[in-house]
Design a protein around this ligand. Sequence first.
Ligand SMILES: C[S@@+](CC[C@H](N)C(=O)[O-])C[C@H]1O[C@@H](n2cnc3c(N)ncnc32)[C@H](O)[C@@H]1O
Length: 285
Amino acid sequence: MLDVGCGTGSTTLAVARLLGANGRCIGIDISDPMIAVARARAERESAPASFIRANAQNHVFEPASFDMIFSRFGVMFFDDFVRAFANLRRAAKDGAELTFVAWRSPAENPFMTTAERAAAPHLPNIPARRPNAPGQFAFADQRRVYRILEESGWAEIDIRPIDVACTLPEKQLVPYLTRLGPLGLILHEADDRTRTQVTETVRAGFDPFVHGAIVRFTAACWMVGARAPSTLTAPKEAASALRGGVSGMRRSDGTGATAVTDIWAVAQKWLLGISPPDWSGGSAG
Ligand SMILES: C[S@@+](CC[C@H](N)C(=O)[O-])C[C@H]1O[C@@H](n2cnc3c(N)ncnc32)[C@H](O)[C@@H]1O
């Protein structure tokens, strides 16, 4: 199993625990500090997981070596998506599953963009989010995600919306919104007075999400699945021949369907179980 953009290894370790001694679980992430934490966690837990510090877009994986490739919010940061997913396709065995969770649009995820909108009057230099640019919302457009996967040699592509009710303690809200995302980057360099002023304004912008000691919001995501077809010679044609509908159900032959259903159930559990600070997009975001 390969976990792409594994961060500090939460999902890699969750899958490693699930597979036990029979599994081989590898996490890859571009960030040194993230991988250092992931390795330390694996060592503490004596988990059967290992970690690679590299760019998943061009890292030379052992060809055809993974039965499943998965990612929780870790595949939206490549600068060449087709190249990256073709690289992952080469790393996958024929018939292997790809499954990942990615954000839908900023409009459907107002919690994620409240900070920058509230701060804009104070900080007009906050970089605007460019549609389709690598980053948190790069996969907002379902058809684009479909095309990227198709062009990079994946088949049986299935993209479905999921909405997950999330909470976090109110006392974590300010640390969350001042450290992460575009605002976090700018506040990091701001003087104390600006930081205090902006933090107050931005915190007030989150009032609609605050219910006493709890912050509530909905994470609007895509749950994406695909399969590595059994030929590498003509990826686009192979993908077209094998694909299902964008939002259709996967596979009618039944083979492997259980595995996918299981992994989706597990993936949804991960999504429910994580805390927003994990979702920053890292430095690459
Ligand atoms: C939003 S975080 C998700 C982390 C983890 N999957 C989780 O759910 O906790 C995105 C991760 O992708 C990593 N990342 C970004 N670009 C990458 C690349 N080209 N190759 C590998 N990892 C990358 C970042 O360093 C970051 O850890």
